[in-house]
Design a protein around this ligand. Structure first.
Ligand code: FMN
Length: 409
C-alpha cells in the first residue's frame, strides 16, 4: 500500500467537515462529498468543470500532453506547459491532449515583463557577458565542452502567438505564471469561453490580477518549486517569499474570486489544510514531477524521492529569475562567484549547451531541477492519476479524523 494509502485511516460518507466544527463556518457549503462516498467537490470544480479541486501546474520540461491529459482524465485539471513553444508546436500538443481526453485542461504561459517583448541582448554590458560566460566556462571545461565568450542569443518572441493559439483552439483554461494579463486579454478569453487562472506571490499582485478580471487566483507560497510568480524581478532573493500558510488567507481576504493554494502541498493533508485557509483548491507540481508521465529526467525524479525538504535553494543562476531548485554544484558555485546574471531566460539559453551535456551524462550537478520543499513528503513514483486519487482519498480520511482529534466546548 502506498504511504498515502496507509495514512488513509477514516473514510466514509460521514466526511462532514470537522473544519466547520472548528469554526470555519464557510467550509460546510464549500466542500461537497457524493452520497456514494466518492466525491470531493468545491465551487472551483463547478467553475472549471472538473471533479476534484486539484490542479497540476504547467511546468516547462515536465508537463507534456501525457501528464496533463492523465491528470484531467483522473478528475483534476491537467495543465500543459506552453513556455518557449512555437505556435505550431503548441497547437500540436493541445490537439494531442484532446486525443487523450475530452475533459477540461489548461495551457500555461508566462507573461513576465522581460519576455514581452524579450529583453534586448545588445544592451547587455560586455562586462556582464564576460562574467557570466566566465563562470559557465568553468562548468564547460569540466563537462568537456568548448568554451565561449559570445554574447547570448535573445529569447524568442513567442508569447503573443501562443496566446492566439489558446484562443483559436478554445482551450478550456489559460493558466498564467509570472504575469498580469490585463483586462483586454481577459476580455478576449471570455469571448471564447476560456477561463483565466493567474498565479501570484504577493497580496498586491493578487489585487492587480483581480482587477484584470481573472476567474481564479493561485496563491503561490515561498515553499513552491520553480519560478517565483511575479512579473517584475525582485531586488533580492528575499523579495516575495511569504510562505503558503501566511499568504493564502491574506489573498483570500483581498480578492473576490476563488483562490487556489500552491507551494509545499503534496498530499490530502495539504488539501484539507488549504481549504481550512479559505482556498478552494490546490495546485501542485513537485508531486507531479515524480510521476510516471512526467518528462523530467530520471535523475531529477529519483532526487525527489531521495532528498529532503532542505535540499532546495532559491537561485537566479539557471534562468536569470529567482526560482526554487535542488541545490547543486551549478547553484553553489555560481552564487560563490558573485557574477551577475543575464535577463529572464537569456541566462538559460546561454547555458543550454551545459544543460544538454549534463542531461546526456545524467549529471545532476549541472542541470536545473526545479523542486519545492514538498520533496520531503514524496517517496514513490506513481502514475499521475494515482496521485490525484490518493490525494482525494487521503483528504476524505483527514476530514472525519479531524473531528475526532478536536474537542470543542
Ligand atoms: C519542475 C517545475 C516546473 C515549473 N514550471 C512552471 C511553469 O512553466 N509555469 C508556471 O506557471 N509555474 C511553473 N512551476 C511552478 C508551479 O506552478 C507551482 O507554483 C509550484 O510548483 C507549486 O509548489 P510545489 O512545487 O510545492 O507543488 C514549476 C514548478 C516545478 C516544480
Amino acid at each position: 500500500m502506498s504511504p498515502l494509502g496507509r495514512r488513509e485511516f477514516l473514510v466514509g460518507t460521514a466526511a462532514v467537515t470537522a473544519l466547520t466544527q472548528a469554526g470555519c463556518t464557510s467550509t460546510r457549503s464549500a466542500i461537497e462529498t457524493r452520497p456514494d462516498g466518492g466525491g470531493f467537490r468545491t465551487p472551483l470544480c463547478d467553475l472549471l468543470g472538473i471533479e476534484y479541486p486539484i490542479l497540476q501546474s504547467g511546468m516547462g520540461g515536465v508537463a507534456g500532453p501525457k501528464l496533463a491529459a492523465e491528470v484531467s482524465r483522473a478528475g483534476g485539471l491537467g495543465i500543459l506547459a506552453g513556455l518557449g513553444l512555437t505556435a505550431d508546436e503548441l497547437r500540436r500538443r493541445i490537439r494531442q491532449v484532446r486525443e487523450l481526453t475530452d475533459r477540461p485542461f489548461g495551457v500555461n504561459l508566462w507573461l513576465h515583463t522581460e519576455l514581452r517583448p524579450p529583453a534586448d541582448v545588445a544592451r547587455i554590458p560586455e562586462s556582464t557577458v564576460r562574467a557570466v560566460q566566465g563562470v559557465f566556462n568553468r562548468f564547460r571545461q569540466r563537462l568537456g565542452l568548448p568554451e565561449t565568450l559570445a554574447r547570448p542569443a535573445a529569447f524568442p518572441d513567442l508569447i503573443d502567438s501562443a496566446f492566439e493559439v489558446i484562443l483559436e483552439e478554445r482551450v478550456p483554461v489559460w493558466s498564467i505564471g509570472l504575469g498580469d494579463p490585463g483586462s483586454e486579454m481577459v476580455r478576449r478569453c471570455r469571448e471564447r469561453g476560456v477561463k483565466v487562472v493567474a498565479m501570484v506571490r504577493t497580496i498586491d499582485d493578487a489585487r492587480a490580477v483581480g482587477r484584470s478580471g481573472v476567474d481564479v487566483i493561485v496563491a503561490q507560497g515561498g515553499e513552491a518549486g520553480g519560478h517565483r510568480s511575479t512579473w517584475v524581478k525582485g531586488s533580492s532573493r528575499e523579495a516575495a517569499t511569504i510562505g503558503t500558510m501566511a499568504l493564502v488567507p491574506q489573498i483570500v481576504d483581498a480578492v473576490q474570486v476563488p483562490v487556489v493554494a500552491a507551494g509545499g502541498i503534496a498530499d490530502g493533508r495539504g488539501l484539507v489544510a488549504a481549504l481550512a485557509l479559505g482556498a478552494s483548491g490546490i495546485l501542485l507540481e513537485t508531486r507531479f514531477v515524480a510521476t510516471q508521465e512526467s518528462e523530467a529526467p530520471d535523475f531529477h525524479r529519483r532526487a525527489i524521492l531521495e532528498r529532503g525538504s532542505d535540499a532546495t535553494t532559491v537561485s537566479d543562476a539557471f534562468t536569470g529569475l529567482y526560482a526554487r531548485w535542488f541545490r547543486n554544484t551549478f547553484t553553489e558555485e555560481y552564487a560563490a562567484s558573485g557574477a551577475p546574471v543575464f535577463p529572464a531566460l537569456v541566462q538559460a539559453r546561454a547555458a543550454r549547451d551545459i544543460f544538454v551535456k549534463a542531461a546526456a551524462q545524467r549529471d545532476p550537478e549541472y542541470f536545473p531541477m526545479p523542486t519545492g520543499q514538498s520533496a520531503g513528503l514524496i517517496h514513490d513514483l506513481p502514475g499521475a492519476a494515482d496521485v490525484v486519487q490518493a490525494i482525494v482519498r487521503e483528504a476524505r480520511g483527514v476530514l472525519p479524523a479531524l473531528s475526532l482529534r478536536i474537542r470543542l466546548g
